[in-house]
Design a protein around this ligand. Sequence first.
Ligand SMILES: [Ca+2]
Length: 275
Amino acid sequence: MKKNFQLLCVTFGVFLAACGKNTDDTVPPTILAQTSFEGSFEPFGVYQEPPETSKSFITIVTDPTAPDGNSVARVSYEPGVKDGLYVGGIAYEFPGNDQPKELWGQFYFKTSTNYVWHSIGQKLIYMCMGYQNPADGTSQTNHILGINSNHWIGNVEKLAPNIGWSTQQQTNSDLNQTIFTGVGEFTRGAWFKIVFHIRMNTPGQYNGIGRIWLNDALVVNASDIMWLNAGNFGGVADFRITPLWGGGGPDTVMETQYMYFDHVILQTGPFKGYD
Ligand SMILES: [Ca+2]
């Protein structure tokens, strides 16, 4: 019986091959890393810095509204946290010789209902790109997916922010790009889904791709980004959920507030429904 089944499968496979078709013409994407914080951050590493200047931290908490499962990652911003400081985050590093040149990512985030947005903005993720020396895998550039909130005024419930990319070229900041799009409002306490797609540029040229979807709507669609500067090779060296509060200005957190994350996926190709 088993043999007959195998024969049937082989015959069916030959039939499909003869027709020039396969059951699916597209190669499914490979998941490179994912976590939904159901009891663990793995395979992501956890970091917190610098402890002497920031009291924020990241932990896993139960959340009945979690987009996936029952738990989420919670980052705390305690009173006294000043603008532009790192807080707790998670990171995933790609090996120096195996850095993806194309990466699709997904994550969900929300803020606590008392969240006071920094007057300048909020960094959500950082990614280091490439290496100059393949032997030591030294990464060269640092790029941000963030949200600016230039319309922040006092203790309001909603914001009218911009979301987008900021590139940081260590060797020459004149080459930096800021590609932001206005996206209406971020309601406190509500989950937002972010999907992004990046593809490396020719090193030194402005021809890389950087797209962002917010709640399934394409809001940033750039094809002129220089992720890799001249002489810098490779791809994505690391991915970090780095919810850095602010980036300049005199702001200080006055009351403990939180940012939450869930359902993080990094993969080689498009998510279903995206292209
Ligand atoms: Ca979860």
